[in-house]
Write a protein of this length. Structure first.
Length: 296
């Protein structure tokens, strides 16, 4: 069971709200309090039953709390930590849900200073293209990975507490170093979002935009689904992980250049090899996912 008696979730949108709902669904009996810069969002989360309290003064919000979850755009991490620092008790554990880790850890070290041992970075690998508390669902993390990028200063007990929190929500715990995390997700998460946004922006700005959208069907819809995600959040993620992302984008541009050359040369056999390799790799990946889920 989750060992925390009172949880403050800063950011009660899709991820923060879904965390609260998942905890309730799976038996958490403690208090869950929301903290938001937008009072309308906080009021909506309270109306939906996501949080037990909304809009209380900061000292009351943090009174008796033993866990703070930062579920905000990664660029806001520093400002949020500075705001809540006066209210953090000596034993309070702090964690986050950010999609990048090296930047978040760097700012946490700067702000938390000697309290950095209390910060256990985490990233639940789950999402939807919708945003806000109305998008929150109680099964968002079921069967999904949560990556913990533990710090050398973290206490084993605190790491286990955060792992247990996500396991209570149905998540499967994985561990990576912060740099490995950012490298991996630059390739398989951040670049796909960038490509989806770029394609839709290209079509939207085209002279024949209306005609193109009129005939866009399932292929375009499936490829660009993630371009409906929060622009603010993905702007921050893109800039926060730009070093790894630039490396992967440059490599991908070489792949595109090679494919363009094959198209120009009308080299069907070589194009088919790329398509077949991609199909085979994707099917192997899907089968791996299906096999792992069938064992749960």
């Amino acid at each position: 069971m989750v060992p925390f008696k009172k949880i403050v979730i800063c950011g009660v949108g899709l991820i923060g709200g879904s965390l609260a709902l998942a905890l309730r669904k799976n038996g958490y009996k403690g208090r869950i309090v929301g903290l938001e810069r937008n009072r309308e969002i906080l009021s909506r989360a309270y109306a939906l039953g996501i949080v037990d309290d909304a809009g209380s003064p900061m000292d009351e919000t943090f009174r008796g709390a033993d866990l703070l979850v930062l579920s905000v755009p990664v660029a806001q991490t520093g400002n949020v930590l500075k705001m809540v620092m006066p209210y953090l008790s000596a034993e309070m554990v702090v964690t986050d849900t950010g999609s990048t880790k090296t930047d978040v850890i760097a700012v946490a070290r700067e702000v938390l200073a000697e309290k950095i041992d209390r910060f256990v970075p985490a990233h639940p690998i789950a999402g939807r293209e919708m945003n806000g508390p109305d998008a929150a669902v109680d099964d968002l993390f079921t069967g999904k990975k949560t990556v913990i990028t533990a710090l050398s200063e973290n206490r084993k007990d605190d790491i286990e507490k955060i792992a247990g929190l996500w396991e209570q929500c149905g998540s499967i715990i994985h561990y990576l170093s912060p740099d490995d995390h950012d490298n991996v997700f630059a390739t398989v998460s951040h670049m796909p979002h960038l490509l989806a946004y770029g394609l839709v922006d290209y079509v939207a700005n085209h002279a024949k935009s209306d005609l193109f959208f009129q005939y866009a069907a399932s292929g375009f819809r499936d490829f660009t689904r993630i371009a409906s995600s929060s622009p603010e959040m993905w702007r921050d993620i893109t800039l926060a992980n730009r070093a790894h992302l630039l490396t992967e984008m440059d490599a991908y541009l070489e792949e595109l250049k090679n494919m363009r050359d094959l198209v120009e040369k009308a080299d069907g056999p070589e194009l088919e090899k790329i398509y077949a390799n991609a199909r085979r790799a994707r099917m192997n990946w899907l089968n791996t996912i299906e096999n792992s889920e069938s064992k749960k």
